[in-house]
Design a protein around this ligand. Sequence first.
Ligand code: TMP
Length: 306
Amino acid sequence: MGGVSGNDVATALAEKAALAMVVADPASLERKKAAVRDRGTDNLQVIADFDGTLTRYWIDGCRGQTSHGLLKSNPETDAKIQAQYEYYHPLEYSPAIPIDEKTKLMEEWWEKTHSLLIEGGLTFDDIQKSVSSANIGFRDGVVELFEFLEEKDVPVLVFSAGVADVIEEVFRQKLHRSFRNIKVVSNRMAFDNGRLVAFKGKTIHVLNKNEHALDMAAPVHDQLGDSNGSSDNSAFVKKRTNVLLLGDHTGDLGMSDGLNYENRISVGFLNDNVEKSLKTYQEAFDMVLLNDASMYGVLELVSQLC
Ligand code: TMP
C-alpha cells in the first residue's frame, strides 16, 4: 500500500502555495537563485518583516492583530489606540497617498500610539496576558521555514516596525521553542518598576526602515534563544552578502539598504488592495504571494538556495 510521505505533503503544499504566487520576471529570479546558490549557504541571510509577513493577515475571518494592536492595559487608552488603528491602517495600505504625505502620517501614528501606551501604564505582565489572548498567528510553514534555516545555520533577522518586546513574547508563546538563528530588531520598550516609561532609540515605522537598516549591524542585548544577552550583529549581517528579504510593504525593501548585498531575492506578501497594488508589488518584489498564502512557497524557494 503506498503511503503519503512527508516529501509528498511538502510538495503538495508548495504546489498549493504556487497558485497564489506571481513572478513578474521568472528568468531574472532564476538568475538570482543560481547566483545565491553558487555563493553557498554561508553567505546567505534572511531578513523578514513581522506583522502581515511572518504572521497571517486574516485569522478565522477576522484581521490578525499586530504587535502594537494586540496590547491591552487600560480600557481608555486601549480604545484610543484602536480608534487610531481604524483611522491610520487604511492609509498605511492606500496606494493613492504620496509617499512623503504617508511618511508623515505614519510618524504621527507611531508617536501617538507610543505615547498612549506609556500613558496607559503598560506592564510586562500586560504584554504576556495580551499575547496569550491575542488574535495573532504565524503563517503555516513558518516553523518549518525556521527549522530548515536553523539546520542550515542561516541567520534570520526579524526587522519590524512593531514592538520587539511583544514580538519576542509572541515567539515564546506561539512557537513553543526558541531558534538560535533568529534576532529581532524593532522598537524596544524601556520599563521602570515594571511599567513602560519610554521607547528606546529612534522610532522605526513602516516607511523609515531604510534609515534603520544598519541598526541591525549594531550589537543588541536581546536575542531569541540565547538568554546570555549581548551579541554582535555585525558578523550576522555584514559578512553575508546574499539576502532573502520577506515583507508585506514596499517600504520593507529598505530593510536591506546599506548592506551592500551581492544578490537580493525579495518576496512580497500582498495582503490588501490586491487589484490596485499588484502591479507595484510585481515591479518591486521578485515574487509576490497573494491570498494570505502560507510560507511553504518560501520554504520551497530556500530549499532551492541551500
Ligand atoms: P511590521 O513592520 O512588523 O509590519 O509592523 C508594523 C505594523 O504595525 C504596521 O502594519 C502597522 C501596525 N500598527 C498597529 O497595528 N497599531 C499601531 O498603533 C501602530 C503604530 C502600528
